[in-house]
Write a protein that binds this ligand. Structure first.
Ligand SMILES: NC(=O)c1ccc[n+]([C@@H]2O[C@H](COP(=O)([O-])OP(=O)(O)OC[C@H]3O[C@@H](n4cnc5c(N)ncnc54)[C@H](O)[C@@H]3O)[C@@H](O)[C@H]2O)c1
Length: 437
């Protein structure tokens, strides 16, 4: 059967988006914007409830966008998986974390696959979007779906399409980022292209799910390795008394053959610290170590410790010990202008300082509170920033360079600033108080 033959209304297919998080929610909104009817499905009942109330639960998505989508009458969110039964396409956007030994944890994907199998209909398109190692769609998802008694590629279509979501990016969004699709069959690729064309401007078909799966991990590994390189150069430059940010800016004047990457306090988020290890795990099955990836992981993992040791050394210059010092972390999210704290290096810096006996608070306009850290059983809340409160800290550590911070004001009112992002680059007064890390 051809996919387009099963569509009741080819101009307005219906799509089920499973997992309404950082990836699934914006995707669901784009499908609604493209004229589709969307069933949003999540195991967390809070998400459908908030969407029905036209409220956003992600800081970078305004509630007005949710309201606009709900008001079309084409967005229905639920915890009831049977909602996918009537849809033309089923798109899976559930988490793919690492297990305790840094092995892929595909339990969310397999659990969702089992739910899809219960409701799968002939002619439907199933797309996996969760980032994973090459082979997952064919070797893990398809066998589960085929427990329905139907054959993938014949009775229903299967594709992998990696999410390239970059929350908070001011230049690109879900619609404008080209979408890769790799399907089991040519018909599957055409079906995926037809569906995604309603939500994104450009669909790029590739030859197989494995190419699409590996392309996504290649993109993230490229970033992880280049960030590790520049982090290592930063540590060397610091010892040599050279400003790495000035070096990068100088190297960036070369119009070819150089792409700038920037050092930082360590990796964060759901992608770059995690995805390369999916590939490492798979590579072991082929008897092949992935040395670049492991080395990059080692260097990047050491960065929060580098920040902590810079705080210790800088306090020492002021004849203060870190033990008993009051330290303020600025920015808890893993990157600017979002509220996501998954894998954030700020927590690792915080734990490192607490372990040494510092009294640590944090401020983040996007992150009101955080759970317990390894070193403390209290649940820290973001403190208010005032001239008076800043002055009470022995040191402020800029971990995340939110654009709403007034860095000159922060420097004016602090006694010592450790800047891990070159956030104070345009600060004119008080530069002697800034230490780059
Ligand atoms: N966050 C990003 O910027 C980003 C970018 C590219 C790719 N990815 C990848 O996309 C995937 C999803 O990431 P995310 O950031 O959206 O995660 P998320 O944690 O923000 O959202 C996942 C959602 O899935 C729901 N969920 C969990 N298990 C479920 C199940 N069995 N059935 C239905 N819903 C379920 C959760 O309640 C949550 O709402 C991951 O593989 C991730 O690596 C994320």
């Amino acid at each position: 059967m051809k996919f387009k033959d099963r569509l009741k209304d080819p101009a307005h297919p219906s799509v089920a988006v499973i997992g309404l998080g950082y990836v699934g929610l914006p995707l669901a909104l784009e499908f609604v914007g493209g004229g589709c009817r969307v069933a949003g499905i999540d195991v967390d009942p809070e998400k459908p409830r908030l969407i029905a109330e036209k409220k956003s639960y992600l800081k970078h998505i305004p509630s007005s966008r949710i309201a606009e989508a709900v008001d079309t009458g084409r967005l229905d969110c639920t915890t009831d998986f049977s909602a996918m039964e009537k849809c033309d396409a089923i798109i899976i956007c559930v988490p793919t974390p690492l297990g305790v030994s840094r092995e892929p944890d595909l339990s969310y994907v397999t659990g969702t696959g089992e739910e899809v199998t219960r409701y799968l209909q002939p002619g439907q398109l199933v797309v996996l979007e969760s980032t994973t190692y090459p082979g997952t769609t064919r070797e893990v998802l398809v066998p589960i779906l085929e427990q329905s008694g139907m054959k993938a590629g014949e009775d229903f279509f299967v594709a992998f399409s990696p999410e390239r979501e970059d929350p908070g990016n001011k230049h690109f969004n879900t619609r404008t980022i080209p979408k890769l699709v790799g399907a089991l069959t040519r018909e599957g690729a055409e079906a995926a292209e037809m569906v995604y064309s309603l939500a994104v401007d450009e669909v790029v078909k590739v030859g197989s799910p494995e190419v699409a799966e590996m392309a996504k991990i290649t993109e993230n590994t490229y970033r992880a390795v280049n960030i590790a390189l520049v982090n290592e150069l930063k540590m060397l430059a610091t010892r040599m008394g050279v400003d790495i940010w000035e070096v990068i800016s100088a190297a960036s004047t070369k119009p070819f053959g150089y792409t700038p990457f920037y050092p930082g306090p360590g990796l964060g988020g759901h992608c770059i610290p995690i995805d390369p290890f999916y590939l490492t795990w798979k590579a072991h099955q082929f008897g092949m170590p992935t040395r670049f990836i492991e080395l990059a992981g080692e260097v990047n993992t050491a960065m929060p410790e580098f920040v902590v040791s810079t705080v210790v050394r800088s306090l020492n210059e002021y004849e203060k010990s870190v033990k008993g010092s009051r330290i303020l972390i600025l920015g808890m999210a893993y990157k600017p202008d979002i509220d996501d704290i998954r894998e954030t290096p700020a927590l690792k810096v915080m734990d490192g300082l607490l372990e040494l006996g510092a009294k640590v608070d944090y401020n983040d306009p996007y992150v009101g509170s955080i759970g317990e850290t390894r070193q403390t059983h209290r649940r820290p809340v973001s403190v208010q920033l005032t001239e008076g409160s800043l002055a009470e800290y022995d040191c402020a550590v800029i971990v995340t360079d939110h654009s709403c911070y007034d860095y000159q004001w922060i420097v004016d009112n602090s006694s010592l600033i450790i800047d891990t992002r070159n956030a104070c680059s345009s600060v004119k007064e008080g530069r002697e108080k800034i230490v780059k890390a």
